[in-house]
Write a protein that binds this ligand. Structure first.
Ligand code: NAP
Ligand code: GCO
Length: 265
């Protein structure tokens, strides 16, 4: 086998919400594999923060301000990227939020906001890039799903609904556009140490570990939280020619949580 199948040389990758966190780690890996990096975030301050962080890693990224829930802005951004950088070969729908509120206490507005960012926006961004991928004769779309694409838990009703929907959107894009040599897959990270999960890992006033932190360690065969870098290899694989016959698949990168009943207390 020619290992060049894993190369992203000459490819343009747009990773949404990638100033830091999982998106940044994936973009860094894509740059190492030879891709040109395009990212957006919700405000100029974050984009500047991201550009500085990429520069520190020796990556000349293209950063844009764009709220991925705004279809008009996304359509305009894709046009601008095509004019300034080139046609997007790889889209990673990474931008996401979570609200941890007991369902009966959650406002409909909060519920809708999570659905908007975590499910509607991946639809909007995929819809914006697919026409040019069809013209180009290939494309890769990677949706960042979640354990909550498969499991529920207290306080994350909106997030689980969105990520469950994102799993099925992934399968539907595969079904509808596979004939154009477009592969749409998902990555389902386990519990990863990023700002999004920081509240779940905070030390308690007495210095002990957060109860949820202890819970996740007991539920994970790897007995550790994931690091964003744990997602880099799987993300490069799904963006490369090495996965051209993998479509509609959700690749869980969770240290084994989904396979494990959990350590006996
Ligand atoms: P994060 O640290 O909260 O980063 C999310 C990024 O998305 C931030 O840069 C955020 O910008 C951006 N964003 C949010 N709303 C946006 C919008 N409307 N338009 C553009 N950008 C927007 O999250 P993360 O932990 O890196 O997670 C990244 C993805 O992985 C998310 O989809 C998350 O659901 C998923 N995930 C995370 C974990 C985990 O354990 N961390 C596990 C499974 C899946 P702001 O800073 O302005 O909000
Ligand atoms: C939570 C966490 C999880 C992770 C991730 C797990 O509150 O349960 O935030 O949802 O973010 O999605 O895969």
């Amino acid at each position: 086998m020619d290992m060049k199948a894993f190369s992203l040389e000459g490819k343009i990758a747009w990773i949404t919400g990638a100033s830091y966190g999982i998106g940044f780690a994936i973009a860094e890996a894509y740059a190492s594999a030879g891709a040109t990096i395009v990212f957006n975030d919700i405000n100029q301050e974050l984009v500047n923060k991201g550009l500085a962080a990429y520069q520190e890693k020796g990556i000349k990224a293209h950063g844009y301000v764009c709220d991925v829930t705004n279809e008009e802005a996304v359509q305009a951004l894709v046009k601008q990227i095509e004019e300034e950088v080139g046609v997007i070969d790889i889209l990673v729908n990474n931008a996401g939020i979570i609200r941890r509120i007991p369902m009966i206490e959650m406002s409909a507005a909060d519920f809708r906001k999570v659905i908007d960012v975590d499910l509607n926006a991946p639809f909007i961004c995929a819809k914006a890039v697919i026409p040019s991928m069809i013209k180009k004769g290939h494309g890769k779309i990677i949706n960042i799903c979640s354990m909550m694409s498969e499991l529920g838990r207290e306080t994350v009703s909106a997030y689980a609904a969105a990520k469950g929907g994102l799993k099925m959107l992934t399968r539907n894009i595969c079904s509808e556009y596979g004939e154009y040599n477009i592969q749409c897959n998902g990555i389902g990270p386990g519990y990863i140490a990023t700002p999004q999960t920081a509240p779940l890992r905070e030390r308690q006033p007495d210095g002990s570990r957060h109860p949820f932190d202890q819970f996740i360690i007991a539920k994970t065969p790897a007995a550790r939280w994931g690091d964003p870098t744990d997602l880099q290899g799987p993300a490069v694989f799904l963006a490369s020619d090495a996965s051209n016959f993998v479509n509609g698949h959700i690749l869980y990168v969770d240290g084994g949580i989904l396979a494990y009943i959990g350590k006996q207390p």
